[in-house]
Design a protein around this ligand. Structure first.
Ligand SMILES: *[C@@H]1O[C@H](CO)[C@@H](O)[C@H](O)[C@H]1NC(C)=O
Ligand SMILES: *[C@@H]1O[C@H](CO)[C@@H](O)[C@H](O)[C@H]1NC(C)=O
Ligand SMILES: *[C@@H]1O[C@H](CO)[C@@H](O)[C@H](O)[C@H]1NC(C)=O
Length: 473
């Protein structure tokens, strides 16, 4: 062999080896540390396949009617205006669609005619597709929605977005009685043609393995757990001092955290251990979607109610926020620990991911780790029923109803807790801005709950779906 040719071969070998080493290092880096990437990628806005939360919410509502029909003549028209066939859930059907009061029918079809558009060139996000969404719920794991009545609305909205490929339980049609504590589930519809195209994980039972579950949990802990925690954290508030007026025969009053205001809650020991991380066929969840803040008020946490503090200081809300921050730190610690434990209990198996690639990994089917996403909480809009259009910018509150003026504060607190590196599988999603710009999109009877089918809650589904499939590798 002539020397120049040998040299060429040698150089090629060196180049190929270096290239191979570099790419494997890059690959290793990405696969080892990618679960942290979303936490540090908020600042970037490249138009690759990613769309971090801040890029998604940097946009506006565009007017895009889905039908040529201009007048509402029946409550069912809300579906057509929204571009929906129907909804699988039968609970408070027209209340969720906000078509239950004829005097507000003038809101349609305009209210259903908006689409959220991230600013041009900042986000690449797949259009919502019910078939691929269902496929993800089967292959990568379903969603467990844990939160208050706003989250219940999100469940209803999902039951519309995924119709007719899913069914929902309980069936409220024969008897409309319900208890807010009842679990609500979305299952694969056995009649859906997509079933033939799915490769169901071993043990998956179409009629008993839910794709989505909603549990009503207002505070993320039970009230008993919070009372116990509070006593440990603030012992000074429980020191009973004798009454100043010694003539008075009144007993010293023990500090009481809660009023009798109705609230629904479960322990994380229940919704994580008994639901989220249960194995097939009982459960197949991959994503826990959390939202809380709405019930952290000085009327429920009445021990903090301070009339003297006045409206300007939120009647003692700062004490509630301080306790919230400590309770959420405990929550994040416990939840991450439970996720880690559940992971080590998964058997190593050879299996396929959602793209059909075979690989060996953790998770019973070699799928991704379970993740928790915390959806930023949402305040309502004052005088919402006077509005007929989205806003361009979020407007300040005038009257500070409920704890609405402090929701941002609760969100900041929760974000700063779960953004810590010791909670790599809990992700905060600050995606509330599109909803904050929709004063027109509330239920017919109040200004907190949001209508299904007008893009707000459907946007949460679409974005969370994107986030767990594309932003968390
Ligand atoms: C972003 O998109 C624009 C237009 O679609 C394109 O011209 C540009 O090269 C893209 N930039 C990157 C970094 O991909
Ligand atoms: C509305 O009507 C026009 C003209 O008939 C048609 O081209 C268009 O597709 C219709 N739009 C929708 C959303 O149905
Ligand atoms: C699937 O679940 C249903 C309802 O719980 C049950 O009746 C059925 O026996 C289960 N099928 C299998 C194969 O386990």
């Amino acid at each position: 062999m002539p020397p120049p040719r040998r040299l060429a071969i040698l150089i090629s070998i060196v180049v190929i080896t270096v290239f191979f080493l570099l790419t494997s290092f890059a690959y290793l880096n990405i696969s080892l540390f990618s679960f942290r990437l979303p936490k540090f990628s908020f600042g970037f806005s490249s138009n690759t396949t990613t769309c971090p939360p801040n890029a998604f919410t940097d946009g506006s509502w565009a007017y895009k009617p889905k039908t040529n029909k201009t007048q509402m003549t029946s409550p069912d028209d809300a579906l057509e205006f929204a571009g929906l066939e129907s909804c699988a859930s039968s609970r408070e059907f027209y209340w969720h669609l906000a078509s239950d009061r004829e005097e507000q029918w003038d809101r349609f079809p305009k209210v259903s005619s908006w689409e959220w558009e991230p600013r041009e060139g900042t986000c690449t996000i797949a259009p919502f597709n019910p078939e691929s969404f269902v496929r993800t719920l089967v292959n990568d794991g379903g969603w467990l929605l844990v939160g208050d009545s706003i989250t219940e609305g999100h469940f209803f909205s999902l039951s519309c977005s995924l119709y007719p490929h899913v069914i929902a339980t309980p069936n409220y049609t024969p008897n409309s009685y319900f208890d807010r504590a009842w679990p609500q589930n979305i299952y694969l519809n056995p009649a859906s043609p997509i079933i033939q195209t799915l490769s169901l994980p071993a043990g998956f039972n179409i009629s008993s393995t839910p794709l989505v579950t909603f549990r009503r949990v207002d505070l993320l802990w039970t009230q008993e757990e919070l009372e116990k925690m509070h006593k440990e954290m603030y012992p000074e508030m429980y020191d009973s001092t004798p009454p100043i007026d010694s003539d008075s025969d009144s007993e010293p009053k023990e500090f009481k955290l809660f009023s009798d205001e109705a609230a629904w809650s479960l322990s994380p020991n229940e919704y994580i251990d008994e639901i989220f991380t249960k194995p097939l066929p009982e459960a197949n969840y991959g994503t826990l979607v959390i939202a809380t803040a709405g019930h952290w008020t000085t009327t429920l946490f009445s021990g903090y109610r301070d009339e003297l503090a006045g409206e300007k200081d939120g009647y003692g809300i700062h004490g509630v926020i301080d306790f919230f921050s400590k309770a959420m730190e405990r929550w994040a610690e416990l939840v991450q620990k439970k996720l880690d434990e559940a992971e080590t209990e998964r058997p190593l198996v050879l299996s396929k991911d959602s793209e059909g690639r075979s690989w060996r990994g953790l998770g019973g089917r070699g799928r991704k780790r379970r993740q928790v996403v915390v959806r930023a909480y949402l305040p309502g809009h004052e005088d919402c029923h006077d509005h007929r259009e989205p806003w361009k910018e979020v407007q300040p509150f005038v009257w500070n109803w409920y704890n609405w003026g402090y929701i941002d504060r609760f969100n900041e607190v929760f974000q700063s807790v779960v953004s810590k590196p010791q909670y790599p599988n809990i992700h905060y999603l600050p995606i509330e801005r599109p909803a904050r710009l929709r004063p027109d999109a509330h239920a017919s009877g109040d200004c907190l709950h949001i209508m299904a089918g007008v893009g707000v809650m459907e946007g949460w589904s679409k974005y969370i779906w994107h986030y767990v499939t594309k932003e968390i590798m």
